[in-house]
Write a protein that binds this ligand. Structure first.
Ligand SMILES: C[S@@+](CC[C@H](N)C(=O)[O-])C[C@H]1O[C@@H](n2cnc3c(N)ncnc32)[C@H](O)[C@@H]1O
Length: 377
């Protein structure tokens, strides 16, 4: 979880925490105002202004910071030190606000009965259910008697993801949702729909308000060791798609360096998919960096050696740099893979004509056979 979110924080933390369609600063700030207002509205004054508040999975403080004006003390906690570092850089000057990194499964840095509200937005659905259950117990422990837990969640037909998936959304069925709260010693007081329809899940998320009703039921301590470290396939697909989307948005705004950064991350996320390499190289070509583009196409052909287009583009770049032997070698690989490919056939023929004209193959010299006359005896 830490590795995944640190990586995301380093590319574009605003994009990753707020996930707005526009993927820009203005929509990030708008989302912060909207989601904080919804958090406060739903609380309806249940937590006094003298209260202490904990934001679980605070990211860069999108909602934590605006709350500092409403409560005596606000603390943000997050598994990602990179998120926390940026939260501090952005909001470090506010007296009653602080940010701490944690283990990703407990609130061990905080004393029993020390908060009046624990809230969490767009965090719990990304976590494995056992981690959520552990956090609910911890929330119960750090909340004062009668304290409040308010969180964003998805309730509907159950949707589970691989344990190591930290990006896709998990949906709890109503029974699982009730059991989660009950077992952790919370009574659900209100569930409100959030005005956003997810087209993939065909569902709207909810805000849940729950009250600390008593101690959690007894349970063995959770053991989170030995978890798979690699990205799950679903997570890789989603992260890759979101990075490509971010690159398009950055390019639309003329933020080429940011677009290239997102594409670099996309190719690291899944080097076997061509789109990221091709889009990244296209940016380099557009800014006249032929060599840079060629090196990316070289990587593409290493990663996806059966892709005709990869060899074709590599050949075209090499030809543009007048690196004829490389251009010819790439062309020959492309032709061997599919000279008849309707998508690339014309371009291959064009490249062949260009190379043959600019750098015709040197004719082989005939070597005279040495005739060794045998001496007659
Ligand atoms: C989608 S972002 C939302 C951030 C913030 N709540 C907001 O709404 O702006 C999810 C955040 O949860 C954090 N996170 C993920 N897993 C966590 C865990 N196990 N414990 C604490 N934070 C976690 C990530 O580092 C990331 O900052």
């Amino acid at each position: 979880m830490r590795r995944d979110w640190d990586r995301r924080a380093k590319v574009d933390p605003r994009y990753w925490v707020a996930a707005t369609e526009e993927a820009d600063e203005a929509s990030y700030l708008e989302s912060a105002a909207r989601d904080t207002a919804a958090l406060l509205d739903g609380l309806g004054g249940r937590v006094p202004a003298s209260g202490r508040v904990l934001d679980l999975g605070c990211g860069i403080g999108r909602m934590t910071a605006p709350l500092a004006g409403h409560f005596a003390e606000v603390v943000g906690v997050d598994v990602s030190p990179a998120m926390i570092e940026q939260a501090r850089a952005l909001h470090g000057a506010v007296d009653n606000l602080r940010f701490e990194a944690n283990s990703g499964a407990d609130l061990g840095a905080f004393a029993d009965d020390s908060f009046d509200l624990v809230f969490s937005y767009s965090v719990l659905p990304h976590l494995p259910p056992e981690v959520v259950a552990a956090y609910f117990r911890e929330a119960n422990r750090v909340l004062a008697d009668g304290g409040w837990l308010r969180y964003q969640f998805w309730i509907g037909p159950a949707r589970q993801m691989a344990d190591n998936d930290t990006l896709n959304i998990r949906v709890y069925d109503p029974e699982g949702f009730q059991a989660l709260n009950r077992d952790a010693g919370f009574a659900v007081v209100e569930v409100e729909e959030i005005d956003y329809f997810d087209p993939v899940l065909e569902l709207k998320p909810v805000w849940v308000t729950a009250r600390r009703a008593g101690p959690p039921v007894e349970a063995a301590a959770a053991d989170f060791s030995g978890r798979a470290a690699a990205l799950s396939d679903d997570e890789r697909d989603l992260e890759y798609g979101l990075l490509l989307y971010l690159a398009v948005k950055c390019a639309e705004r003329g933020e080429r360096a940011e677009a290239e950064r997102a594409l670099e991350e996309a190719t690291a996320c899944d080097p076997t998919r061509p789109e990221g390499w091709i889009q990244w190289a296209t940016h380099r070509l557009e800014r006249g960096d032929l060599r840079g583009a060629r090196l990316l196409f070289e990587s593409l052909t290493e990663q996806v050696p059966d892709l005709v287009a990869g060899w074709l583009y590599l050949g075209q770049c090499a030809a543009a740099e007048e690196r004829w032997p490389e251009a010819r070698a790439a062309l020959e690989r492309a032709e061997a893979l599919g000279a008849d490919d309707p998508e690339t056939g014309d371009e291959l023929a064009g490249l062949r004509a260009l190379i043959d004209e600019a750098a015709p193959r040197p004719k082989r010299r005939r070597t005279r056979k040495k005739v060794v006359k045998r001496k007659r005896k």
